[in-house]
Design a protein around this ligand. Sequence first.
Ligand SMILES: *[C@@H]1O[C@H](CO)[C@@H](O)[C@H](O)[C@H]1NC(C)=O
Ligand SMILES: *[C@@H]1O[C@H](CO)[C@@H](O)[C@H](O)[C@H]1NC(C)=O
Ligand SMILES: *[C@@H]1O[C@H](CO)[C@@H](O)[C@H](O)[C@H]1NC(C)=O
Ligand SMILES: *[C@@H]1O[C@H](CO)[C@@H](O)[C@H](O)[C@H]1NC(C)=O
Ligand SMILES: *[C@@H]1O[C@H](CO)[C@@H](O)[C@H](O)[C@H]1NC(C)=O
Length: 256
Amino acid sequence: MCTLGLASVSSILAASSCPGLTVSHDGEPVGEFKNVSGIQVYHSYAKGNPNNSNAILYVTDIYGVPLLQNKLLADSIARANYNVIMPDLFNGDAVPVTSSEGPALNLTDWRARHPTAEIDRIIGEIIAYMRNSLGVKRIGAVGYCFGGKYVPRFLSEGKGIDVGFIAHPSSLEAAEIQGIAGPISIAAGELDSAFNATGRRKAEDILTSKNSTYEANLYSGAPHGFGVRVDLNNKRQKYAKEASFFQAITWFNTWL
Ligand SMILES: *[C@@H]1O[C@H](CO)[C@@H](O)[C@H](O)[C@H]1NC(C)=O
Ligand SMILES: *[C@@H]1O[C@H](CO)[C@@H](O)[C@H](O)[C@H]1NC(C)=O
Ligand SMILES: *[C@@H]1O[C@H](CO)[C@@H](O)[C@H](O)[C@H]1NC(C)=O
Ligand SMILES: *[C@@H]1O[C@H](CO)[C@@H](O)[C@H](O)[C@H]1NC(C)=O
Ligand SMILES: *[C@@H]1O[C@H](CO)[C@@H](O)[C@H](O)[C@H]1NC(C)=O
């Protein structure tokens, strides 16, 4: 098992103490899709770790499983020795990335097609699949943007996620943070208006008042979405993506 030292959160140190563990920015995905009772699920396997005592549920952003960076990030987590399960939350209707400015469709309509209750249903089914069919005993979960709302929802008592990591969450509500029952790691971007200084402060105050096991890291120059999609020519953005990846791995290595 390749573990990261506590001092090795930065990508350079982590890469040298843990050879081969890097975030893939390009290349071909190595996982495979399976149909899990009608839900398309991307599986990325930890080589040399058939042990399912723990595994990671990957709750995506609105671009979903079609987005190359989501599959590559799932593969990167698998290289850190966790089997990764990434369901299509949108039944083939993920938002297409058509320009660097963002999605070219009416997000109000799109959100109405994918209400919270339906996303909850899919995540609940996948958690049951992980436990009952794959035999996973402890579930860690990563949630990016859209997915950052759902990891706290299922990290509440008895909902099935044991340890969570979220990056630049959107539509995250105080009650959802209040409900968190397990260790939670948060990656926030200085330039993210969806999780701004007010929202971050509030989240920290709630977690502190609950005596939660948590961390909240802030990355300068990091825009919304930085955990998944960045301008690789922008050194602060590239750093934020890579460091938040190691933040997640270090968290799971310690708490999962
Ligand atoms: C997935 O499985 C369901 C039944 O569980 C089936 O109705 C559906 O056609 C399958 N979809 C694909 C793309 O194979
Ligand atoms: C799987 O991991 C658990 C916890 O580390 C360990 O107790 C168990 O023996 C492992 N099983 C196999 C088949 O390696
Ligand atoms: C998006 O759709 C909603 C509801 O159908 C509508 O009220 C709104 O004007 C649309 N927005 C744009 C930018 O077209
Ligand atoms: C953060 O966003 C909320 C909701 O839009 C707003 O009320 C608040 O003033 C913002 N805080 C900062 C520091 O911009
Ligand atoms: C907070 O949690 C830690 C770890 O579970 C525990 O040791 C400590 O006593 C708790 N503090 C309070 C004030 O409850």
